[in-house]
Design a protein around this ligand. Sequence first.
Ligand code: SAH
Length: 482
Amino acid sequence: MTLFPLFANLRHRAVLVIGGGEIAERKVRLMLAAGARVSVVAPYAVDALQELARQERIVLYRERYQARHLDGAWLIIAATDDRPVNQRIAQDAQQARILVNVVDDPELSSFQVPAIVDRSPLIIAISSTGSAPMLARRVREQLETMMDHSLGALARLAHEYRGAIRRARPELGARRRFYDWLVDGPVGAALRGRRDEQARLALEHALQGPETAQGGQGRVILVGAGPGDPGLLTLHALRALNRADVILYDRLVSDQVLELARRDAARIFVGKQLGEDHHQTQARIHALLVEHARAGRTVVRLKGGDGFIFGRGGEELEYLARHDVAFEVVPGITAALACAAYSGIPLTHRDHAQSVQFVTAHRQSGHAIQDWTSLLDPSQTVAVYMGLQQILRFSEELLLRGRDADTPCALVENGSRPEQRTLLSTLRNIARDAQQHEFKSPSILLIGKVATLGATLSWHGELIDLLTPQEHLTENALLETA
Ligand code: SAH
């Protein structure tokens, strides 16, 4: 070990920063965040440092560096771009036995500033001993991704109850298991949901009972898996996948997303099965959710897109609530948003669309829709979800109800996935064109003037543009007059 990691208490202690550039400014802010009393020595200083001096948060000496500046400092940071000056500072500091960091110069430094992940009071410092700062930053990035921000609150709570935990679990093994339970069980979950009081109650309740009584309760995390591209998962979704004991997933969840899950999580496909109707499928899913959660497992219920958009997520949570199973919800990027983004079709646009509506063209297309007027509004974008045949039937129904046959639309198949295709056409022709080009599910239909923008803004996958030049022209003319 060439460097020994220390966590320094700099509160109210004098720290000297030499240099007045942006790098110096960054170091100053870091030291201020640690509560240090910061002095800066530099003949010239960037505006931000001058501002800090005006606010009396630092003391700024507009002078060239001299050895006497080091007097009284606990720590020194040299951030000048003048190597001879840096060298002198390093030497002087060495003589005065004060730790010094020369930015980006491990040779001259007697201490180095690590890459930091801050979940105070939990702090992680990473160093590559100056050999490959890139690598340290990469590790930091991964830790930032893995670690929920509620960990800080958890660490504070653990600190507060440290004595009580020690008394309630005197044996080391039991204590370790208790801390694991604290992170993975209901206390951690309550803190993630910002229910601090509930977390405290769960902790105190567990401390009063024997170890065997603690835990037991699993829970369900309803996670939106997005439209397929794993890069569209949220950090919370990724963390849930890393914690899962069991994953119940649908047909629309992509393999790449599933691959990100913990290796030893059990994966259960719960899509509709042959000969089953919706009620049977749903009843089977409800039963599995409750069974696994009651067995103390962390169950991730993984749904394509967002669980609350045409995903029956609401029904499943209602069932869990009735059966007293705890749950959390992580939203996902719904197909309409992803398909619009990946085919370059802004769903609203100052010149073309003032609102957007998500509809599902279920079974007997459109029969559930009570009022069609808003769907006919030319200044509204409509995103139609569901199986391709139902979507196309819906487009015909919309025509019959009176939406302009020349309305541009875009059919996006496999949105965000490598095999994405986008078809631009009109409401009149879309069903015919979709058949001709053999479009399949999953596809979504975006109806409205904004669809023409896909001709210029499309950037992902294959674009099949069947809009006539004239149809583009009218749009361009519209754009120019706007
Ligand atoms: N909860 C999901 C929607 C479920 S309904 C969400 O928020 O996205 C299923 C329908 O969503 C499909 O029939 C299709 O119309 C649409 N869909 C889902 N993923 C899609 C994708 N990658 N590309 C295009 N459409 C998609």
